[in-house]
Design a protein around this ligand. Structure first.
Ligand SMILES: *[C@@H]1O[C@H](CO)[C@@H](O)[C@H](O)[C@H]1NC(C)=O
Ligand SMILES: *[C@@H]1O[C@H](CO)[C@@H](O)[C@H](O)[C@H]1NC(C)=O
Ligand SMILES: *[C@@H]1O[C@H](CO)[C@@H](O)[C@H](O)[C@H]1NC(C)=O
Ligand SMILES: *[C@@H]1O[C@H](CO)[C@@H](O)[C@H](O)[C@H]1NC(C)=O
Ligand SMILES: *[C@@H]1O[C@H](CO)[C@@H](O)[C@H](O)[C@H]1NC(C)=O
Ligand SMILES: *[C@@H]1O[C@H](CO)[C@@H](O)[C@H](O)[C@H]1NC(C)=O
Ligand SMILES: *[C@@H]1O[C@H](CO)[C@@H](O)[C@H](O)[C@H]1NC(C)=O
Ligand SMILES: *[C@@H]1O[C@H](CO)[C@@H](O)[C@H](O)[C@H]1NC(C)=O
Ligand SMILES: *[C@@H]1O[C@H](CO)[C@@H](O)[C@H](O)[C@H]1NC(C)=O
Ligand SMILES: *[C@@H]1O[C@H](CO)[C@@H](O)[C@H](O)[C@H]1NC(C)=O
Ligand SMILES: *[C@@H]1O[C@H](CO)[C@@H](O)[C@H](O)[C@H]1NC(C)=O
Ligand SMILES: *[C@@H]1O[C@H](CO)[C@@H](O)[C@H](O)[C@H]1NC(C)=O
Ligand SMILES: [Cu+2]
Length: 613
């Protein structure tokens, strides 16, 4: 269900004159009277205007009617379809019952965190009955990325793809496909629009019984293996002997997924809005927040073939209460043949729930394209080094009122469990409001121990609570090693997502990171460039990037359970010396921060907009 209707299209020519006006550049706007785009070389940039109307609709899944919040009555929401370098304005009309924000996942938003979206980090929620316009500035991204709500778990139903085609006059670094399809993987919660309330209630008592998905979806549908679902199973009709580009988005909220197509190999050619060296695989392991571009050649005997997505379950083995449901869609060859047999299922290629080695062998193959036209620029000289542990933790529960009596479940980075402020960090930084955050996120965990050991003392699992940010100077070169820990026997994958940047995965391994031997094996030649990447269960990942995008940028685990428990922190990248290296000023209107909202339990929000700080 894609409804990517571009409202207006204008061709804008960037004025190359070195203007001395405050904006330092001027646009000449010309309304194109032609159907196609004018070919204007690298300076051409099309401006797109989208309206997103958020409201509740009733849908039937698994024979039950559920109310969900969606964009434009569509689940998944509309696909935004642009070319590299385009500019998009999305006017969000909130006609739902509660506040929302939207995030443009994978878009760098140069110098403009004001349009990035995460609630309490760069803005407060758009109140119901109001609108807010995001400026989505596409620059270096090419391939598939996506957009999603970024307040609590609203993103479970508020999400869609962003397709970024090569610039006019440029092409793909692989033979152009004969056709393409967007495939959005999702998860289903029976709670519908009450999901955030259920979440807040479990959070308030520190319960492990946080809402769990009842199943997984392909383009909003369960597929053939869930009751009342087989009539709406997505069908992708293909011709024999062609190659199709599948743009896969994982909008799944709480888990990594395996994905496979019966009898068809896939060639991965892109990930997170950057091209990769082609790798031929029979399955994907895709983490929440990641996107992958794959080519599929239809060279099998005409028939119907399932594509199937099933959970890669990385929690402790004894945990079995997860959804074992397999989401399916059908690739159906066109032509005159009998449809008597059921579609084939990828029985031999779809890895089983706990197949860690399948996951590792997939991720270890990923490489940047790294050609002259698509170069890598991995920082060699690191100026800031951080070593960050990602853990599940406990916090004291003062009056013994919690689910587990005197302690509640939490998660942390370097032992600090993130607490949302009541005014967004960006506003506090820009306006020098004190008492909102502390600029002391540590470069190392408070204690070194055998992070991946068994039976770790529970005293090590006690986190502190804070709103701690790491401040970086402009243009610093940063290396971060994320180390997963097994505190509370809670080691699992943590897909870490960074806003405002993509980063290079220079190293990846299991066990404890060894700061002498592991760096010797770093890939500084063609490491994958991504915006979301999993710290493996009881393992580590080393990343590098250059802090060349000033602003306030969220960093968090993209498993929302962990994000809500506090596996988050924020980077403030300071301004450089020039205007081009400084954060832009705020737009004239930002949604107000309602001071009382966080103090109220169970999502009952007071939209009495008194305090516009
Ligand atoms: C969403 O719906 C509104 C109102 O019906 C419409 O004006 C707009 O074009 C739609 N947007 C998209 C992206 O389909
Ligand atoms: C959804 O269903 C509920 C319960 O039947 C009903 O009250 C509500 O009006 C419906 N909402 C929409 C948007 O159709
Ligand atoms: C959008 O919000 C502005 C105030 O920020 C208001 O003036 C305008 O009328 C609203 N537009 C629509 C279409 O709701
Ligand atoms: C978008 O990003 C480009 C590249 O950084 C910049 O030149 C441009 O001014 C930005 N903003 C807009 C509104 O185009
Ligand atoms: C479908 O509903 C049944 C009955 O409530 C439930 O047991 C089952 O888990 C549901 N399945 C999915 C995939 O939601
Ligand atoms: C869907 O399943 C029902 C019940 O098993 C069956 O009667 C029906 O024919 C199926 N429809 C399709 C399109 O497969
Ligand atoms: C998939 O690729 C593997 C390894 O290259 C090969 O052995 C296998 O035959 C291929 N399968 C199909 C269906 O093309
Ligand atoms: C499809 O094939 C059958 C059997 O070969 C033939 O009888 C029929 O005419 C064909 N239909 C079409 C539309 O070509
Ligand atoms: C890295 O640092 C070394 C020594 O300070 C210097 O010679 C080299 O040019 C630097 N490389 C880069 C890419 O900045
Ligand atoms: C850390 O714990 C793991 C699991 O118990 C064990 O295999 C490993 O030897 C320990 N490492 C060190 C350095 O003690
Ligand atoms: C950032 O650092 C790189 C490498 O040291 C240097 O080439 C570049 O000029 C710097 N950029 C700015 C804007 O300072
Ligand atoms: C490497 O780790 C050891 C043990 O944790 C520590 O003492 C040492 O300072 C570290 N070295 C570097 C270069 O970070
Ligand atoms: Cu996590």
């Amino acid at each position: 269900m894609e409804r990517d209707r571009e409202k207006k299209k204008r061709t804008i020519i960037r004025n190359m004159a070195n203007s001395t006006s405050p904006a330092s550049y001027i646009y000449f706007v010309a309304i194109s009277l032609f159907l196609g785009n004018l070919v204007l070389g690298a300076q051409a940039r099309t401006v797109h205007y989208y309206d997103f109307v958020l409201r509740e609709i009733n849908v039937t899944r698994n024979c039950t009617i559920t109310t969900i919040l969606v964009v434009n009555d569509s689940f998944p929401g509309p696909t935004i379809r642009v070319q590299k370098g385009d500019l998009v304005y999305v006017k969000v009309h909130n006609q739902g019952l509660y506040g929302v924000t939207l995030h443009w996942h994978g878009v760098k938003q140069p110098r403009n965190p004001w349009s990035d979206g995460p609630e309490y980090i760069t803005q407060c929620a758009i109140p119901p009955g109001t609108n807010f316009t995001y400026e989505v500035n596409l620059t270096e991204e090419e391939g598939t990325i996506w957009w999603h709500a970024h307040n609590e778990w609203t993103r479970s139903t508020v999400h869609g793809a962003i397709v970024v085609l090569p610039r006019e006059g440029s092409s793909f670094p692989f033979p152009t496909a004969d056709g393409e399809h967007v495939i959005v993987l999702g998860s289903w919660y029976n709670e519908g629009t009450s999901l955030n309330k259920a979440l807040e209630m479990e959070m308030s008592i520190g319960s492990p019984n946080i809402p769990r998905a009842t199943g997984y979806l392909i383009n909003g549908q369960y597929g053939d293996f869930v009751p009342c679902s087989n009539e709406t199973t997505p069908h992708f009709f293909v011709d024999y002997g062609k190659t199709y580009l599948l743009r896969i988005v994982s909008a799944v909220v709480g888990t990594e997924m395996f994905f496979s197509i019966a009898d068809h190999n896939m060639t991965v050619v892109g990930m997170d809005g950057a091209y990769t060296k082609p790798i031929v695989v029979s399955y994907l392991m895709i983490e929440p927040g990641q996107t992958m571009d794959i080519l599929v050649t239809t060279n099998q005997s005409p028939g119907r073939y399932y594509m199937a997505a099933q959970r890669f379950a990385t929690e402790y083995l004894a945990f079995t209460k997860f959804s074992h449901v397999v989401a399916t869609a059908i690739i159906q060859y066109k032509g005159n043949y009998s449809l008597t047999s059921p579609p084939s299922f990828p029985i031999d290629t779809l890895p089983f729930y706990h197949d860690y080695s399948a996951a590792a062998s997939f991720t270890h193959q990923l490489r940047s394209l790294a050609t002259e036209e698509y170069p890598v620029d991995v920082p060699y000289n690191v100026t800031t080094r951080m070593f960050i542990t990602a853990s599940l933790n406990s916090l004291p529960c003062p009056d013994d009122s919690c689910y587990m009596g005197d302690s509640k479940l939490a998660a942390s980075l370097n032992n600090i469990s993130w607490k949302d402020p009541s005014v967004d960090v960006l506003q506090a930084y820009y306006r020098n409001i004190s008492g909102v955050y502390t600029a002391d996120f540590p470069d190392f965990p408070p204690e070194m121990f055998n992070f991946t050991g068994d039976d770790l003392p529970s005293s090590l699992a006690e986190a502190s609570v804070g709103t701690a940010v790491k401040v970086l100077n402009y243009n610093e070169t940063v290396e971060i090693v994320f180390q997963g820990t097994n505190l509370l026997e809670g080691s699992e994958y943590h897909p870490m997502h960074m806003h405002g940047y993509s980063f290079y995965i220079v190293g990846l391994g299991s066990g404890n990171f060894n700061n002498e031997t592991d760096p010797l094996a770093y890939n500084l030649v063609d490491p994958p460039k991504v915006n979301t990447f999993g710290v493996p269960r009881s393992g580590w990942v080393a990343i590098r990037f250059r802090a060349d995008n000033p602003g306030v940028w969220f960093w968090h685990c993209h498993i929302d359970r962990h994000m809500s428990w506090g596996m988050d922190y924020v980077f403030i990248v300071k301004n450089g010396d020039t205007e081009e290296t400084s954060m832009r000023p705020p737009p004239p209107y930002m949604p107000p921060c309602v001071a009382s909202k966080k103090d109220k339990l169970f999502g009952e929000q007071d939209w009495n907009l008194k305090s516009d700080i």
